[in-house]
Design a protein around this ligand. Sequence first.
Ligand code: ADP
Length: 187
Amino acid sequence: MTETTDKMRKALLRIRVVQGDLTQEDSDAIVNAANESLLGGGGVDGAIHRTAGPELLAECRTLNGCPTGAAKSTGGYRLKAKWVIHTVGPVWRGGSQGEEELLASAYRSSLQEAVRLGARTLAFPAISTGVYGYPKEAAARTAVRTVLYFLSSLEGETLDEVRLVCFSADSAEVHKRALDELGDRLQ
Ligand code: ADP
């Protein structure tokens, strides 16, 4: 077994797919699938702001937005999580507008920000798969692959667990399958 494969197998054990409500997660940080304004929206973004309270929007106003594929963090306020990492996934425009790289970048930027903050546990929603219309299977494959590569490349810093929190049973199933497929390839 190569050293890289070994690192990837170990990293795989630190990724969990769960079905649930991201706003109730007690990870150190949760990721918000925001829009470029960072001034609130529908879906998971609206739910996070409702749970965190108005102080979250007040801090977001100081951030001057966020480009697609990047990430910026705030406090978690009334959430159980200490931090919210706001990232912006791509709007699906058919797949030839760099969507895959932008989605991978949203995951990577969020992971980098979590490490920078010192978070040991991090929870993601299925970025871009709601109103942004990214096909669920393709998004899940990019999500699990990007998280796995990132975790396997960490050296000193540690993220103990990355949770992919899926709102629906269907989304959880799709992510579990993508994770299993990745695991099979490491056998
Ligand atoms: P985007 O604009 O990036 O598509 P959405 O919020 O519309 O963001 O959807 C992203 C994903 O988050 C969707 O799969 C949606 O079902 C899911 N979602 C919505 N609310 C929650 C929640 N409270 N917890 C976890 N996931 C959620």
